[in-house]
Design a protein around this ligand. Structure first.
Ligand code: 3BY
Ligand code: FES
Ligand code: FE
Length: 403
């Protein structure tokens, strides 16, 4: 059986409303398929524009199996490229970030400008065309200070998401923020288990006592707390401040602003702000949390004082890297307005708890006794949405690639 025929059989066996067939979580063929069909065809959030603070700033990262590079050019524009030299393919920049007037390949010194044009290539023949050997560009969209990339030649439509994200995120002023901290967590679990876990809070009350103090862990699909008076008061207050809050969604994204637990103004250990210098000072910094999520890999939260991003990248069938980023206002001073440990403690602790849950889940799915089990419509609606979206994407890819 070809890999695609095997994969198609897995999806044909999938039972709706249930966790996925065992092979889709464990088999290397599913991992390869997921990279091509899912990560290769989706908009993914790479980070924030403020990570590239000045002309010449760049960041390099691995997305799925693909090395990519994002630069800010002399005009301040942000560009994305495949991070592979047009000579013999060396990585141009190591994963991480930096600043350079030009991009010089470490191998034979081919030199590119920040727009990806090849400027210099020594000892090449007189008829060598530099114009034909520029870096290959990637689709990138910067929206409200966040950067979204797509590896597909024809990326999915993004206009609806862009309009909504702009409206909800603009007051948080991500362009005038700074990256205060970042972390990578290695999880020995399939990426879909990491994401399924991230899409529900069925486990939160017992699994995350610290998060549960501020986060409405009994939330519905839209993170609202029901039609009660507190929710109505939150909606009224946000309307008066001109802060968009209604839950909106498309096939691969969700955006909403929701109320935190009573008396809490931030997702933090005790509900108070983690940075005194606010990113958005409307309503005395009591704005609930703006949450956005995109499939396949991300959820993120912006409160008045900080923003947190969680991004999940598959590395192998049983290995996933979770990238976390924390933003604060660019003028917030470390040690004065915020303390790094306090800023990062809650999600670091939550991510470690989730790592254990996802690794346990993966280990249990290895059992010959595993059969796909039913999701709770009440508590796992977003997990169902995620696996349905995953299966839709997979079927569309199979329809295009299998005769
Ligand atoms: O998707 C989210 O926003 C959250 C964060 C904690 C768990 N997960 C449901
Ligand atoms: Fe980059 Fe040779 S591979 S200069
Ligand atoms: Fe969790």
């Amino acid at each position: 059986m070809t890999d695609l025929a095997w994969t198609a059989a897995q999806f044909a066996a999938r039972r709706e409303g249930h966790s996925l067939p065992q092979g889709l979580y464990l088999d290397p063929r599913a991992h390869d398929f997921d990279l091509d069909a899912i990560y290769g065809n989706s908009w993914l959030m790479a980070g924030f524009e403020c990570e590239l603070p000045k002309p010449g700033s760049y960041m390099a990262m691995t997305v799925g199996k693909w090395p990519i590079l994002i630069t800010r050019n002399r005009d301040g524009e942000i560009k994305a490229f495949h991070n592979t030299c047009r000579h013999r393919g060396s990585l141009l920049c190591q994963p991480g970030s930096g600043s350079a007037a030009r991009l010089v390949c470490p191998y034979h010194r081919w030199t590119y400008d920040l727009n990806g044009s090849l400027l210099a290539a020594g000892r090449m023949p007189a008829d060598f065309s530099k114009a034909d050997h520029g870096l290959k560009p990637l689709a990138i969209q910067c929206i409200a200070g966040a950067m979204f990339i797509c590896l597909a030649d024809t990326p999915p439509p993004i206009a609806d998401f862009a309009a909504k994200f702009e409206a909800y995120a603009a007051p948080h002023d991500f362009k005038n923020a700074k990256l205060a901290a970042s972390a990578v967590l290695v999880e020995y679990a399939n990426w879909k288990l990491v994401m399924e876990n991230a899409r529900e809070c069925y486990h939160c009350a017992t699994g995350h006592p610290e998060l549960s103090r501020t986060f409405p862990v009994g939330m519905s699909k839209h993170f609202d707390i029901g039609e009660d008076s507190r929710n109505a008061a939150f909606a009224g207050r946000m309307d008066a401040l001109g802060m968009a809050h209604a839950a909106v969604e498309g096939h691969w994204w969700q955006v909403a602003r929701f109320a935190l637990n009573e008396g809490c103004v931030s997702i933090s250990p005790d509900g108070s702000h983690l940075s005194k210098k606010l990113m958005c000072d409307k309503g005395d910094g009591d704005l609930g949390s703006m949450r956005w999520a995109i499939d396949p890999h991300l959820f993120a939260h912006a409160t008045a004082d900080h923003a947190f991003m969680f991004s999940c990248m598959p590395v192998g069938p049983a290995e996933t890297h979770v990238f976390s980023k924390w933003l604060v206002h660019k003028d917030a001073v470390e040690g004065v307005d915020y303390h790094l440990d306090e800023l990062t403690d809650l999600w670091t602790c939550t991510n470690l708890q989730d790592k254990e849950l996802a690794e346990n889940n993966h280990a249990g799915i290895r059992s010959p006794g595993y059969t796909p089990g039913p999701y709770s419509e009440d508590a796992e609606m977003l997990v169902m949405r995620f696996t349905d979206w995953y299966c839709d994407m997979a079927r569309a890819y199979l329809a295009d690639h299998v005769d």
